[in-house]
Design a protein around this ligand. Structure first.
Ligand code: ADP
Ligand code: MG
Ligand code: MG
Length: 200
């Protein structure tokens, strides 16, 4: 589609919820290596709530869809990922404003604002072995295409393997965090893949 409406954003997030549900065990396995083995559970709880809220409230604009989803993540996910992903969606939604349809380019720009808010909230930068390692390159590549964003997120998630974690629970492991893929970067790649899937 050339313009993206509220229905598109609802499809994105419900597709993302299905992907998170399917991949929850893998996300938790990754988190058991360098965290506390709850990332899949956290994400599943959050995105189940997102899907239910979108079904019930049917927000009318892209910005309102993202704002509602972000609120659900913040209120239902106990772990670090809840406020971080919640902030990502809320700030991206706020940047989109209340227009009924947006272009991919407008979404790319808004997403960069949302990603910057995540970096500020978590005090992390790309290279710290966090979700930002997938989100930053994805937001940059979304200016080109949905497919480029998906590839960039997947490459960014894989590129966390040799990194040493500097933020979040994994940072407590120091050198022992090296050699494992970051769970949050992996879930970010799932969310961006869902976006590409609904845009196809
Ligand atoms: P918790 O670590 O509280 O159990 P989760 O397991 O749900 O929460 O999420 C862990 C993920 O959150 C990490 O893999 C990482 O990608 C992300 N994360 C943790 N801390 C930060 C931070 N300060 N900035 C950005 N992302 C972070
Ligand atoms: Mg965890
Ligand atoms: Mg936890």
């Amino acid at each position: 589609p050339t313009t993206l409406d509220a229905a598109f954003f609802r499809r994105w997030l419900t597709t993302a919820a299905a992907a998170v549900d399917r991949e929850a065990d893998r996300l938790t396995d990754l988190d058991s290596a360098i965290g506390d083995a709850d990332h899949g559970t956290n994400m599943r709880r959050g995105f189940t709530a997102v899907a239910a809220a979108l079904d019930k409230e049917e927000p009318a604009t892209p910005g309102a869809v993202l704002a509602l989803a972000g609120r659900q993540l913040i209120s239902t996910v106990g772990g670090a990922s809840g406020p971080l992903y919640g902030t990502l969606l809320r700030r991206t939604g706020k940047a989109l404003g209340d227009t009924p349809e947006v272009t991919r380019d407008q979404l790319a720009q808004a997403l960069r604002t949302g990603v910057a808010a995540v970096a500020q909230l978590g005090g992390a930068v790309a290279g710290d072995k966090t979700m930002l390692d997938a989100l930053e390159p994805a937001a940059a590549a979304l200016g080109e295409s949905f497919t480029a964003a998906r590839s960039a997120a997947e490459e960014g998630a894989l590129a966390t393997v040799p990194l040493r974690a500097r933020k979040g629970r994994a940072s407590y492991l120091g050198e022992r965090s090296v050699g494992h893929q970051d769970p949050g970067a992996t879930s970010s790649a799932l969310l961006v893949a869902a976006l590409e899937e609904v845009a196809r």
